[in-house]
Design a protein around this ligand. Structure first.
Ligand SMILES: Cc1ncc(COP(=O)(O)O)c(C=O)c1O
Length: 408
């Protein structure tokens, strides 16, 4: 839902000139009294049909508009509250739309800005299913995808061609953790009238306010840290004024709608995002430093470690690191890696991340890379570090590294 001083639908304080700090916004955002009636946590409104007193009133509520009840798919105070809260976290944003998953948010954002004949520049380290959407659906629509090295920086300028319409970033990459020069890429894009989209799921706007760096469409898989408890799927796209109407039209045309219970879980998760993210970050950094000292580990891929590609950019742009990182084993094969992972006591084996529990998964970036081949010799393990005691996790990993070297 849109918000801002120029937004006729909004009667709340605008983002521009809002001096509240991010943590205060996390607590207050989206909790308009007209939607909550004083209930602290914006409650769940479940709706498909909404009844009107007369045909005239029904007509007056049409077409759908945020903040006005119309039909379940057009939203209720539950969804408006979360959308407004996410908008408030991104200074410079005009509004946010919600989606049933992070991938649905990514797909709709891409469909908002691309048409047949266009070219998309896509970061090579992108989340696999995003790549899948480009290589399958966009290709079928006659939209070409060209992959670029995540470390290209201002060199992106040289890749922009006559048909390039959009540049997609994911920083850091969620398997290999290269940090991108978002500001340089956005500046180059702007000078050529090209739209930029960023998957900001790893950092969230709390650690990296994307629009301040020049991003036009900022995307979150809220499934991860916003929900934070591994019990709901949700996505969001936050847009600048320039793209807000187009995003809204595309999202409505696709019938995108997020279920109210999932939206409520995200709204609730949002309030504790700061404390959770900081603990995820502390635990992960402790684990990353420890792993770096282990002889069985060839490389640790964590943006806060000085040898991570793009570390200087992380230091320049981010106010924290979350709990997702990876390490590369010093040789061995898939069976060795599986032995390490299978016996872990405190790490679950499962897709996704961002919940309170730790996870460990195998990943093989070499299978998908095309612009910047992945050349590490050993297998890669991706960890999501949860809210457990970091020392327990480290002991668990120590035992795992022992198993990896010893097939017994
Ligand atoms: C970086 C990133 N973006 C997007 C997604 C997709 O989110 P969802 O699982 O909610 O569709 C994921 C999921 O793992 C992800 O890791």
């Amino acid at each position: 839902m849109g918000r801002g001083p120029g937004d006729a639908e909004s009667d709340g304080p605008g983002v521009t000139g809002d001096s509240r700090r991010p943590r205060t916004r996390l607590v207050q955002a989206g909790r308009r009294e007209e939607w909550t009636q004083g209930i602290v946590s914006p409650p769940v409104w479940r709706a498909s049909t909404i009844l009107f007193d007369s045909v005239a009133e029904m007509r007056a509520a049409t077409p759908p508009r945020d903040g006005r009840l119309h039909y379940g798919r057009s939203g209720t105070p539950t969804s408006w509250a979360l959308a407004e809260a996410l908008t408030e976290l991104e200074p410079g944003a005009a509004g946010t739309r919600l989606f049933p998953s992070g991938l649905a948010a990514i797909a709709t954002a891409l469909m908002t800005v691309l048409k047949p004949g266009d070219e998309l520049l896509m970061v090579d380290s992108v989340y696999g299913p995003t790549r899948g959407f480009c290589d399958d659906v966009l290709a079928r629509l006659g939209i070409a995808t060209r992959y670029y090295d995540p470390l290209v920086g201002s060199g992106i300028e040289g890749l922009i061609g006559d048909s390039t319409r959009a540049i997609f970033l994911e920083s850091p990459g969620s398997l290999t953790f290269e940090v991108q020069d978002v500001a340089a890429i956005c500046a180059a894009a702007k000078s050529r009238g090209i739209v930029t989209l960023l998957d900001n799921t790893w950092a969230t706007p709390l650690f990296f306010p994307a629009m301040a760096a020049g991003v036009d469409l900022s995307i979150l898989a809220c499934t991860k840290y916003i929900v934070g408890h591994a019990d709901a799927m949700l996505g969001s796209v936050t847009a600048t004024d320039e793209y807000w109407d187009r995003l809204t039209r595309t999202s409505r045309a696709f019938g995108q709608h997020a279920g109210p219970d999932d939206v409520w879980l995200a709204s609730r998760g949002l309030r504790t995002l700061d404390v959770r993210l900081r603990r995820h970050g502390e635990n992960a950094l402790k684990g990353a430093h420890w792993l770096k000292e282990q002889p069985q580990v060839a490389r640790v891929l964590h943006p806060a470690l000085p040898d991570c590609p793009g570390h200087a950019l992380w230091k320049r742009d981010f106010s924290g690191a979350s709990g997702l990182f990876a390490f590369v084993l010093d040789g061995g094969d898939d069976a060795d890696r599986s032995r390490l992972i299978d016996g872990l006591a405190f790490f679950g084996i499962g897709y996704s991340w961002g919940g309170f529990e730790s996870l460990a998964v195998p990943a093989d970036p070499q299978r998908v890379r095309s612009a910047a081949p992945w050349r590490a010799k050993g297998p890669l393990v991706r960890l999501h570090i949860g809210l457990e005691d970091a020392d327990d996790l480290i002991e668990d990993l120590a035992a795992g590294l022992g198993r990896y070297r010893d097939p017994q």
